[in-house]
Design a protein around this ligand. Structure first.
Ligand code: SF4
Ligand code: SF4
Ligand code: FES
Length: 297
């Protein structure tokens, strides 16, 4: 019931999304751009002479899949963002969305820009919005149904550096603000290590695995509208990772820093964050634990 209420609240919010206008960067608002992005008659921009870029020679028996990909080039600031359509033969492409992007860049259109590094869900750099869901391109399988076209955008409600690369400057600034490192005044009892019991260490499970991909924060409506002041689910999960750490001696200071109307309490338990996390973590639970720890302090 609670989940249904949350979903209906989310539906109302999504339809009421106003456009986010560009400043020095293009910005991403998938909801308001859907109409223009899927229009196949949209003229191609200067990076591509044709609206659809196909791979060189499809073979007999090929499984052709269509990908619509967000493009914006900061070197042409007066050109609006647009969608570029690519087709690939899935028989020649690896199984993941990142494989498709790498094939497009290597063999079809070298101007396509995106971040990636580890290709195994560890570095967090390939986070993007694929078919309406924030996820990691390297962990996202290409749907094999070729009748369904895929749409790939940068993380929503971020300024765009280029194509699928979001500007995460504010995200990392907020991460730095929570002092994400062990703080102690007293030296370790044995002069060497700050030890934990197994039970104390277990409290960090589900927290330390966060790879700071920003999928959760950029799926959070509260973060969309208040990101200058609200820390968002990823940074709050990281904050709780240190609040919950038995070795840290600055718990009170960490809680004090969150004790205002914006940094923490803009979370309205909509749960987009936990639903989208590609690592299966639960930032909403971490936020609830911070609120609980502050209520009982
Ligand atoms: S909690 Fe999950 S979605 Fe959020 S930054 Fe960490 S790994 Fe990414
Ligand atoms: S639970 Fe809180 S942090 Fe997560 S999406 Fe909802 S408002 Fe954002
Ligand atoms: S490339 Fe590192 S998480 Fe996807």
């Amino acid at each position: 019931m609670a989940a249904a209420r949350a979903l209906s609240r989310l539906a109302v919010r999504r339809t009421a999304v106003p456009a986010v206008w560009t400043r020095s960067f293009a910005s991403v608002d998938p909801v308001s751009k859907v109409g223009e992005t899927i229009n196949p008659s949209r003229p191609a921009g200067p990076e591509s002479k044709a609206p659809t870029v196909k791979e060189p020679a499809p073979e007999k028996g090929s499984k052709i899949k269509t990908f619509h990909i967000y493009r914006w080039n900061p070197d042409e600031p007066t050109s609006k963002p647009r969608m570029q359509t690519y087709t690939l033969d899935l028989n020649k492409t690896g199984p993941m969305m990142l494989d498709a992007l790498i094939r497009i860049k290597n063999e079809v259109d070298p101007t396509l820009t995106f971040r990636r590094s580890c290709r195994e869900g560890i570095c967090g750099s390939c986070a993007m919005n694929i078919d309406g869901v924030n996820t990691l391109a390297c962990l996202c399988r290409i749907p094999t149904d070729t009748a369904k076209e895929s749409r790939i955008y940068p993380l929503p409600h971020t300024y765009v550096v280029k194509d699928l690369v979001p500007d995460l400057t504010l995200f990392y600034k907020q991460y730095r603000s929570i002092k994400p490192y062990l703080q102690r005044n007293t030296p370790p009892p044995d002069g060497r290590e700050n030890r934990q019991t197994k039970a104390e260490r277990k409290k960090l499970d589900g927290l330390y695995e966060c790879i700071l991909c920003a999928c959760c924060s950029t799926s959070c409506p509260s973060y969309w509208w208040n990101q200058a002041e609200y820390l968002g689910p990823a940074v709050l999960l990281q904050s709780y990772r240190w609040i919950a750490d038995s070795r840290d001696e600055k718990t009170a200071e960490r809680q004090d820093a969150l004790n205002n109307s914006m940094s923490l309490y803009r979370c309205h338990t909509i749960l987009n964050c936990s639903r989208t996390c590609p690592k299966g973590l639960n930032p909403a639970l971490a936020i609830a634990e911070i609120k609980k720890s502050m209520a009982f302090t």
